[in-house]
Ligand binder design. Structure first.
Ligand SMILES: NC(=O)c1ccc[n+]([C@@H]2O[C@H](COP(=O)([O-])OP(=O)(O)OC[C@H]3O[C@@H](n4cnc5c(N)ncnc54)[C@H](OP(=O)(O)O)[C@@H]3O)[C@@H](O)[C@H]2O)c1
Length: 308
């Protein structure tokens, strides 16, 4: 079978750190082009924009969008209209309502649209989902605290409208939460801390719940110095379950169930190959809807200016 010929759009941090190695390690795909306003990559066709890519580079089957969420809707629409399959980095859009038209276009053109939630491919996620299918959760506490200056240095877009601020990492926690719980989650209330000189929150505390009354408390903070922490702790009727290291580790009552190296993006690309080969799409807007609801329901306060 011929490999799926990929073009990557936006050669920034995640494209270099994760996509390039994962593409190289995944059977059935090959990178043939890059569209970047600033960067070039040896050995593939290099152009500046999606429009140039679609006009000038023939034989591209699929476009991988590693740009920030704001320009993605137009890029995805152009690629789908040109008959390409599309992989969207997380979050799948700058807003929830822009996704339905993209899904409809993918369907109409008979192409795959994949909204990749990379954290769902972490090794602890499936075992945690299986545990929670068998044991009732009583309380969930999520702490997602990291230093924006370490993980997103100079990425001004993250604090612009549509950049999501601290929800850029926090949405990864939502993507895991919504994958492992056996029932839907909704937002009950939120407090959002905006730096006075920025357009997106730098910290957020949320109360979420499920229809059966499961209380979920989350605290996200982009100002964390020292240890960087990403635990999801779940008290259940069969003891305490803790996912940590972004889903790479799973503990049950202190006993290690999973502790594996991080390989999320290989899972992302295996799934994309399966979707393209089976002519199907996978777009779950659930985690993005939780962020949107936090913005709708959240009380807003202003905190110190933020500078890199
Ligand atoms: N950083 C992470 O750890 C991480 C992890 C998982 C997912 N993600 C997601 O991946 C996406 C990209 O994140 P990133 O960390 O790779 O960001 P980044 O380092 O800022 O790279 C984004 C790239 O997109 C291109 N771009 C096109 N239009 C742009 C615009 N209007 N503003 C800014 N850049 C634009 C730029 O590449 P060119 O100069 O090549 O055009 C830029 O280098 C985000 O949605 C993020 O949530 C990031």
């Amino acid at each position: 079978m011929k490999p799926i010929r990929l073009a990557l759009v936006g050669l920034g941090k995640i494209a270099r750190d994760q996509h390039l190695p994962a593409i190289a390690a995944t059977p059935g795909i090959e990178l043939v082009a890059v569209a970047s306003r600033n960067a070039r990559l040896d050995g593939v066709d290099c152009v500046g924009t999606v429009e140039e890519l679609l006009a000038d580079v023939p034989d591209v089957d699929a476009v991988v969008l590693c740009t920030p969420p704001m320009p993605r809707r137009d890029q995805a629409r152009a690629a789908l209209a040109a008959g390409k399959h599309v992989l969207l980095e997380k979050p799948p859009g700058a807003g929830v309502s822009e996704l339905a038209p993209l899904m409809a276009l993918a369907e109409k053109r008979g192409r795959t649209l994949f909204a990749a939630w990379h954290s769902r491919f972490a090794p602890a996620v499936e075992p945690a989902r299986d545990f929670l299918a068998r044991h009732r959760a009583r309380r969930v506490t999520i702490l997602w605290k990291e230093d924006a200056r370490v993980w997103h240095p100079g990425q001004d877009w993250i604090f612009e409208p549509g950049g999501l601020g601290v929800f850029d990492p926090g949405i990864n926690a939502f993507s895991i939460l919504t994958a492992i719980l056996p029932e839907p989650v909704f937002v009950v209330g939120a407090r959002l801390d905006f730096p006075a000189n920025r357009e997106a929150p730098i910290a957020a505390e949320l109360k979420l719940a499920t229809a059966s009354g499961l209380p979920i408390h989350t605290a996200f903070d982009f100002r964390q110095s020292g240890e960087q922490i990403w635990p999801i702790a779940i008290e259940t009727d069969a003891g305490s379950l803790v996912l940590s290291a972004g889903g790479a580790r799973l503990n049950h009552d202190g006993q290690v169930l999973v502790d594996e190296p991080e390989r999320e993006y290989r899972g992302v690309y295996r799934r994309f190959v399966d979707l393209v080969r089976s002519s199907s799409s996978d777009v779950d807007t659930g985690p993005l809807a939780l962020v949107a609801d936090a913005f709708m329901l959240g009380q807003r306060s202003f905190v110190d200016d933020f500078a890199w």
